[in-house]
Design a protein around this ligand. Structure first.
Ligand code: ZN
Length: 269
C-alpha cells in the first residue's frame, strides 16, 4: 500500500492536505478527546468537574476566566515546548519541490504547519490558532498575532491564570482566535478562507487526510466530497475505524510522522 500511495503522490500536481489531531499528536500535542488523559493533566479541573469542552467556550471566558485562560496558556506553553515533527517538513518539501500547487486545511490550532515553514497563504486553520488573539466582546472583527510565551501568569497548582492580554482597541479582555464550542463570537479569518476557496476552484488530483477523529469530522466530509468526485484520497490514521466516513481504499494505518517518512522514502528522487 505504501508503494501505491507513493505513486499517487509522485504523479500528483495539485494536492490538498487535510490534517487533524493525529498529525500533531506525534509532536506531543495532547488532543483532550481522551477524557482520562485530560483529567490526569489537570487535577484542579477534575475537582471542579470542568470538562475540556466547557473550558474551551465563550461561556468559560465569561464565567470562569482564570481557568479558561489557564487552559489555553497551558496549551500555548506545551506547543512552545514541543516542535513540529519531521512529517511537517516533508509536507513542506513536497509542496516546494514536487507539486504544481498544494494547500493545507487543518483543524489543529497549534499553528504547527506555519511554524514548520508552510507558506501562510497555503494554510487554512479552520478552527483558528492559539498564536492569534481577538477581543472577547468582540468590539470588532480584528484579530492579531501574539507569539509571546509565557503570555499570562499561570498557577499550575490551581490552574488559574492572571494578567490576561487585553484588546488594543477597547481595553477589555482578549481571548484566543480559536473557534470554541458554542462559539458565536469567533471572528474567523477571511483571508485564509478566501485562499482556500481560490485553491478549490481548480481541479485537485489527490487528497491526503491525516489523523482525523470521528469527534470532529470536518476534514472527513471534505475528503468524502472529493472521493465522490473520483479523486483519490489517501487516509493516514493509526485507527482503521477513522476511515469510516471517507472509506477510501488508500488507507495507511500509521502515525502521521511514520507515514510521511515512509512515503518520502518511497518517492523517486
Ligand atoms: Zn475590544
Amino acid at each position: 500500500m505504501i508503494e501505491t500511495c507513493a505513486r499517487l503522490i509522485a504523479e500528483a500536481d495539485r494536492v490538498l492536505f487535510l490534517t487533524s489531531a493525529g498529525m500533531s499528536a506525534d509532536s506531543g500535542i495532547p488532543t483532550f478527546r481522551d477524557k482520562e488523559g485530560y483529567w490526569r493533566n489537570f487535577p484542579p479541573f477534575r475537582q471542579k468537574g470542568l470538562e475540556a469542552q466547557e473550558l474551551a467556550s465563550p461561556w468559560a471566558f465569561q464565567n470562569v476566566l482564570p481557568h479558561a485562560w489557564a487552559f489555553y496558556e497551558w496549551r500555548r506553553r506545551n506547543a512552545h515546548e514541543n516542535r513540529p515533527h519531521p512529517g511537517y517538513d516533508i509536507i513542506n518539501k513536497w509542496i516546494d519541490t514536487r507539486f504544481v500547487d498544494a494547500f493545507i486545511h487543518t483543524t489543529n490550532t497549534d499553528g504547527y504547519h506555519i511554524i514548520s515553514g508552510a507558506s501562510p497563504g497555503k494554510v487554512k486553520e479552520v478552527h483558528g490558532s492559539m498564536w492569534r488573539l481577538q477581543c472577547l466582546t468582540p468590539c470588532s472583527q480584528d484579530f492579531w498575532d501574539e507569539p509571546a510565551v509565557p503570555l499570562c501568569d499561570l498557577d499550575y497548582d490551581t490552574m488559574e491564570a492572571s494578567n490576561f492580554p487585553l484588546c488594543p482597541r477597547c481595553g477589555s479582555i482578549a481571548r484566543p482566535h480559536i473557534l470554541m464550542f458554542g462559539d458565536w463570537d469567533y471572528v474567523g479569518h477571511a483571508e485564509q478562507e478566501e485562499n482556500f476557496m481560490r485553491f478549490g476552484r481548480e481541479a485537485v488530483d489527490l487528497v491526503i487526510l491525516v489523523g482525523s477523529s470521528g469527534g470532529v469530522p470536518t476534514n472527513d466530509y471534505i475528503a468524502l466530497q472529493y472521493k465522490q468526485a473520483r479523486i483519490p484520497v489517501i487516509n493516514i490514521n493509526l485507527d482503521p475505524a477513522a476511515n469510516g466516513i471517507v472509506n477510501t481504499e488508500y488507507l495507511l494505518t500509521m502515525k502521521g510522522k511514520e507515514a510521511f517518512e515512509n512515503l518520502d522514502a518511497h518517492l523517486p528522487g
